[in-house]
Design a protein around this ligand. Structure first.
Ligand code: FES
Length: 63
């Protein structure tokens, strides 16, 4: 749902997003939303006029 916390939305979808600081500074929770990198712990699900969001987990070898 637009405005929903990303981590909660992922949990409801049975997807685990890795986390670290939970404050937006470490980058452990980065996801890619329609081609834009987003830190899931400090962002919310955006409204999507087209009705479709493409979300992928970022792949960081340090996490
Ligand atoms: S958990 Fe560290 S930036 Fe999100």
């Amino acid at each position: 749902m637009p405005g929903q916390d990303w981590l909660e939305a992922a949990r409801q979808a049975a997807v685990s997003i890795p986390t670290g600081c939970l404050g937006g500074s470490c980058g452990a929770c980065e996801i890619e939303v329609n081609g834009r990198m987003v830190r899931a712990c400090v962002a919310t699900v955006p409204a999507c006029p087209g009705g479709r969001l493409t979300v992928t987990l970022a792949c960081d070898p340090h996490w």
